[in-house]
Write a protein that binds this ligand. Structure first.
Ligand SMILES: [Zn+2]
Length: 488
């Protein structure tokens, strides 16, 4: 009901409502516009009518673009699907799915593949047993995405096609701690150029660049604020890469990419053919979910209410630098008493070797040496085992604090120290039980199916491709050719 149109005294007859946008009305999540069947409608000025019509056109366009995004997300999360299943996953009507998928096929974003006999995926379509259905899938040639990872003394570039297949990878050795801002920028661009030069299609169809860094990035994913592997601070990598390549580039924290990879893994439909996930793949069980990287540093990637939690200025969630013990052990960040100063590889190594807790962190703890430390701790009581016990206590205390604020949520540990979870677990559980409001230790588990570097690559590629789904092929640059890609 439009304010003002029904004023002016009691009404003897209910006004007639005409749905101006029946298409909108069928989409419960969108606005529904009604005009009163009143003569007062004609009193609207022609300018108002023009503005309303413009708004209607804009909203209609936005709805179409939003539906493109929903369908691409559905295919990204659930894999190739029939139109019927897309409708079931997204809740869109059959007519809308047909119209939007036709547009996407015409734009070369998705492809139709030969009909194959399929089993029904939802209980509501049980009368469609075995009937061949046309399958739609993402067109791998629609775009490429580049993922740059800035590692200690190394830059890695991975190129992916639009379907998520890895096409190419190169690594370049650098001395990350000694590079200036200008030299780091030059090295990143040279390495990406070298990767793109491997195939003409890589650069011609490049639609997004994702830069992953260890450390703190801006909350809007535009730049790096601080990283332990370089002295460079506050550098706007997003704008630098965008200026050079002419496409959008975003910057992400490595632990957030691990969380993104594992969150998607939790979303992915199981082998149960009857399971039906929403287009976003998010349900209540996965709304809050975290990964903690236990490695040379300690990082947290935290999905809160289905989205990565970030601070107001930075990527935030610096779990490793939460205070554990006032004026305690020296942390790599320069402060004392952080969780990382007890639970990271260098902290465990320092304590196991009997070094003072204010001695400077070692730059690198060789993996073989750390694995030897784990073996000794397993074999006998002593400083090695005590070091893991101290690490577990610090992690347990930190989790207790997090759970007190957000309620307990599934938390997955990953990394070199997580391999020795049995050594960390007793003291971690003890603190969770002692300081928590209940025993929340059952929420903590260890992930061993893939390495942290594999998960970072996977998460970053998902992030980049999701950006292309939404910002390039759906809501993206509406004034350029972004919606009309040149695809062979
Ligand atoms: Zn710290």
């Amino acid at each position: 009901m439009i304010n003002g149109l029904t004023r002016g005294g009691p009404q003897t007859k209910p006004p007639t409502l005409h749905v101006v946008q029946p298409h909108y009305a069928s989409q419960s999540s969108f606005c529904t516009y009604y005009f009163l069947g009143s003569k007062k409608i004609v009193n609207l000025s022609s300018e108002c009518v023009k503005l309303f019509r413009m708004a209607t056109i804009t909203k209609s366009d936005e709805l179409r673009l939003y539906n493109r995004s929903r369908i691409l997300t559905c295919l990204r999360v659930n894999g190739s699907q029939s139109r019927t299943n897309i409708g079931l996953y997204t809740g869109l009507s059959g007519a809308t799915v047909t119209q939007v998928t036709a547009d996407l096929i015409n734009d070369g974003v998705i492809k139709q593949v030969s009909p194959v006999p399929t089993a029904p995926v939802a209980t509501s379509i049980t009368n469609r047993r075995g009937r061949p259905q046309v399958i739609l899938k993402l067109n791998k040639k629609a775009a490429t995405a580049a993922v740059l990872t800035l590692l200690l003394n190394q830059i890695e570039v991975n190129i992916y096609d639009y379907a998520g297949n890895q096409l190419h990878r190169i690594n370049k050795r650098i001395v990350s701690s000694s590079l200036t801002s200008a030299k780091l920028k030059k090295q990143l661009i040279e390495t990406l150029d070298a990767a793109l030069a491997a195939d003409n299609h890589f650069k011609s169809s490049l639609k997004h660049i994702e830069l992953v860094c260890q450390g703190t990035v801006t909350s809007d994913n535009s730049g790096l604020l601080w990283s332990p592997i370089t002295k460079v601070r506050d550098i706007d990598f997003g704008a630098i890469l965008q200026a050079h390549y002419g496409i959008c580039a975003t910057v992400s924290n490595d632990c957030n990419m691990i969380a993104t990879a594992l969150h998607r893994e939790r979303q992915t439909p199981s082998n149960n053919a009857n399971s039906l996930h929403s287009a976003s793949g998010t349900d209540n069980a996965n709304a809050n979910f975290a990964t903690i990287l236990l490695s040379y540093g300690i990082g947290l990637g935290f999905f809160h209410q289905g989205s990565i939690l970030a601070g107001s200025h930075s990527s935030g969630t610096e779990f490793g630098h939460m205070l554990y013990e006032a004026d305690g052990a020296l942390c790599r960040c320069g402060r004392r008493g952080c969780i990382e100063a007890y639970a990271s590889d260098y902290a465990i190594w320092r304590k196991a070797k009997g070094l003072a807790n204010d001695s400077l962190p070692e730059d690198i703890i060789p993996q073989a040496e750390f694995e030897n430390l784990i073996a000794i701790a397993h074999q006998q009581d002593g400083p090695e085992r005590a070091a893991f016990t101290a690490a577990g206590a610090a992690i347990g205390q930190g989790l207790t604090n997090l759970f007190a604020i957000f309620d307990p949520f599934p938390t997955v540990l990953i990394g070199t120290s997580a391999i020795a979870f049995d050594l960390l677990e007793p003291s971690m559980v003890k603190n969770l039980r002692h300081y928590g409001t209940g025993d929340s230790s059952s929420y903590v588990s260890v992930y061993k199916n893939a390495s942290e570097s594999d998960l970072i690559r996977t998460g970053a590629s998902l992030q980049a491709l999701s950006f292309i789904d939404k910002e390039v092929f759906s809501f993206g640059d509406r004034t350029t050719t972004a919606l009309k890609p040149t695809i062979s």
